[in-house]
Design a protein around this ligand. Sequence first.
Ligand SMILES: [Fe+2]
Length: 289
Amino acid sequence: MRNINEHTITEAVLRGMAGCESERLKEVMSALVRHLHDFAREVKLSEAEWEAGIRFLTATGQKCDDKRQEFILLSDTLGLSTLVVAQNHPVSTQATEATVFGPFYVEGAPQLPQGADISGGAAGEPLFVRATVHGPKGEAVADATVNVWQADSEGLYDVQRSALESAQGRALFRTDAQGRLDFRSKLPVPYPIPTDGPVGGMLKALERHPWRPAHVHFMIEAPDYQTLITHVFRDGDTYLDSDAVYGVRSSLVGDFRAHPAGSQAPDGSTAAQAFYTLDFDFVLERASG
Ligand SMILES: [Fe+2]
């Protein structure tokens, strides 16, 4: 294998993978090499641009730690996350749509009882969430594991606040026998994705805004059902049609209803301050096979 040139390099690399025993790995890597080479040809990538790309990816990796996932942010802002979610979860007429996972989920959220307040003392307008989890035939999904996470009223997740020692806006619940889940929180607000890293630099260079419409994340798991990873977005948000990570689905826009001070809250108390309610029904797909 000598005298490789720009016309023969792709075939040479593909030939080198011919002996790979995993057909899937061979398929994925062959396509990656073909598209990567075609990309470089299409834009006639310069050496300086190639070096800038290497520096960018290096910085992206270096920005990652156990609480910061810059590569997910990169995937999200390039639309790759939405593409992968969409092609693996075709829109169903019955089930709740999936959307991007995002970079702010962390394992080990505190398990809280029904009705608990997940805000952990964070400021914001009170929100009462009343959710149900059903299967495709309308059956209640009891004892489903529901992870909930959201940003606070300043648009930050708890993992973005290094001074915090306990969870805020993050909890793990189990649905009751009727598939219900009630909890308290604070009204989510729109937030910019973190812009202090290479992905923020990329958005700025591309003159793209970093904002996401207000939302609450849910991950719902139950035996015999497909895991649902999704958000519920706040209706009326400025950024519903320009989400920086392309995650909005019309079916996931919830009715965050405002109630004035003095109204009866869902927990039976008379609310001293104005509050919001959100009622949302999640429908899971049956696991196949
Ligand atoms: Fe989020």
